[in-house]
Write a protein that binds this ligand. Structure first.
Ligand code: GLN
Length: 240
């Protein structure tokens, strides 16, 4: 399982979110504290941030700890909305930068922490990679992020062994789901962090319960339980 992180708030540097915290994504890439699936996250990384309304991305297929430029550039990358991830590739999935989150449709940045059987997903020509996460991202983009909770519930029912922790942002909104893996939230005075696991030992980190949708709009944080659909199992999820 990968580890991901989202930020919505005042402009802050990418290094302050990923590199500086004692257990930030950099450290989580080789010493995650709560990872249940996989050991290290060495199969690539990506950081996406909004520059006004424009999502910009920097992705790599190499371990984040070996990047020669990130530590130098990250302090100069500032944004009020960031989605970043370090990757532990699922067996059989491609190993190039296009398979690393965040994925984008030009409006949203999206990371998937988990695994899903691609056979239950519709084939999407818009997917950025054949990796399961990109195929799932394409379905979510196609359905619209306003249906994120429903789409995740439906995919989770079609593939009961799927893990579907999603993190998505559009510059003014941060959305997430928990479906099979950990997610924590930290409300700071300058914004909100969502992360697969806390990046430090601040006492105000809170765990998000499993099978929930998190919706962050400005300083408003809403948690909604995801309800299961009564649908036949291992059925293909139809496009709409
Ligand atoms: N299944 C995705 C991949 O192969 C995500 C893996 C993960 O969450 N570790 O990249």
């Amino acid at each position: 399982m990968c580890r991901h992180l989202g930020w919505l708030g005042a402009p802050v540097s990418v290094s302050s979110l990923l590199l500086d915290p004692p257990s930030g994504l950099l450290v989580q890439s080789y010493a995650p504290r709560r990872q249940k699936h996989g050991v290290v996250n060495a199969d690539g990384w990506g950081v996406g941030f909004f520059d006004g309304a424009v999502p910009r991305r920097w992705r790599s297929a190499s371990p984040i700890w070996g990047d020669a430029s990130l530590a130098s550039v990250a302090p100069a990358l500032t944004s009020g909305c960031v989605v970043a991830a370090v990757r532990s590739a699922t067996i059989g999935m491609p190993m190039d930068a296009s398979a690393a989150a965040p994925f984008s449709d030009g409006e949203w940045l999206l990371s998937h922490n988990g695994v899903v059987d691609r056979a239950v997903l519709p084939v999407s020509p818009a997917a950025e990679s054949v990796v399961d996460s990109a195929q799932l991202a394409a379905l979510i983009f196609d359905r619209g992020l306003h249906t994120l909770g429903d789409t995740v519930s439906e995919v989770g029912l079609a593939d009961p062994s799927a893990r579907l922790n999603i993190l998505a942002a559009n510059g003014s909104r941060l959305l997430a789901t928990t479906w099979g893996d950990t997610l924590s939230i930290l409300r700071r005075c300058d914004g909100v962090v969502l992360a697969s696991e806390p990046y430090d030992d601040h006492p105000e980190w809170r765990d998000v319960p499993d099978r929930h949708l998190v919706d962050i709009n400005g300083a408003d944080v809403t948690l909604t339980p995801l309800t299961a659909y009564e649908r036949p199992r291992k059925r293909k999820v139809p496009p709409r």
